[in-house]
Design a protein around this ligand. Structure first.
Ligand code: IPD
Ligand code: CA
Ligand code: CA
Ligand code: CA
Length: 258
């Protein structure tokens, strides 16, 4: 019998809870290596969690899995699990907070189930396409439709601010600037109404697939930074913001054709 969406969400939540326990238990006993640069880290825990999640999901659903630390897929056709075993590995190693486990089920490249666990806060955000966004079983209320970016916090990295002087100007006009170091948790801050917008120049499918759905289900507008739709299958930029904040920011960021 094919698995329904509620059952798939239950499977996803269970495996993420198991992964979160592993992340907590392994906190002092891991090894760290670098990948492309000295600040691009991977730990033995990232690899162990990705292995745990893929083997559980494979045996329970049979769907292919794509993960940051090595699990690849032939194509995004049909159902595919997209896994970021630790989003915020630098935080896992350096600050021991603000890191997440992110798991999404995409069908033909579109996220239909999303689970993000803020491990140190012991909080789980979930969504099923069309059924709202949830935090620990309580539905998130919709984000404000008609509130300006000026009334909220903007989340962006120093790279975005350096590359986009217009964004720096928007930050000056806003309530302030924050950066936490986990793209998934940063994006969800917009759904939680803790921030009016999240901007990133370069997110990967595993960073954003689950958070994107959770945000959309709370009424957050999610696009690329030029306003085009965010296709989860490809790396690229993201502007996730409350609706009015989104149109204001888009207009100000793209005065010229962009
Ligand atoms: C990183 C974090 C970080 C973002 C990077 C991501 P990782 O994910 O989300 O906040 O700025 O672009 O790669 O490598 O810790 O899973
Ligand atoms: Ca990484
Ligand atoms: Ca990530
Ligand atoms: Ca990661």
């Amino acid at each position: 019998m094919p698995l329904n969406r509620e059952k798939l969400l239950e499977i996803a939540v269970d495996v993420v809870a198991e992964a979160a326990r592993l992340a907590r238990e392994s906190h002092k006993t891991y090894e760290v290596s670098t990948k492309s640069t000295r600040n691009d880290l991977v730990t033995t825990v990232d690899i162990a969690i990705e292995g745990l999640i893929t083997s559980r999901l494979h045996s329970k659903t049979g769907y292919p899995c794509m993960g940051e630390e090595g699990h690849s897929i032939d194509s995004f056709a049909g159902p595919v699990w997209v896994i970021d075993p630790i989003d915020g590995t630098m935080n896992y190693v350096m600050t021991h907070r603000d890191y997440a486990i992110s798991l999404a089920l995409c069908v033909d490249g579109i996220p239909i189930i999303g689970v993000v666990c803020d491990v140190t806060a012991d909080t789980v955000y979930t969504a099923i396409e069309g059924q709202g966004a949830w935090c620990d079983g309580k539905q998130l209320s919709s984000v404000p439709e008609n509130t300006s970016f000026r009334e909220g916090i903007l989340i962006a990295d120093v790279k975005e601010l350096e590359a986009l002087p217009r964004l720096t100007q928007l930050v000056r006009e806003s309530r302030g600037h924050r950066r936490y170091g986990s793209a998934a948790l940063e994006c969800i801050e917009v759904a939680r109404q803790q921030a009016a917008a999240f901007v990133h120049l370069w997110v990967s499918p595993w960073d954003i697939a689950a958070a994107q759905l959770i945000c959309q289900e709370a009424g957050v507008r999610v696009t690329r930074m030029d306003g085009t739709p965010l296709d989860t299958r490809y790396k690229g930029s993201i502007l996730a913001a409350w609706p009015q904040a989104h149109s204001e920011m888009l207009q100000r960021l793209c005065i010229d054709p962009c």
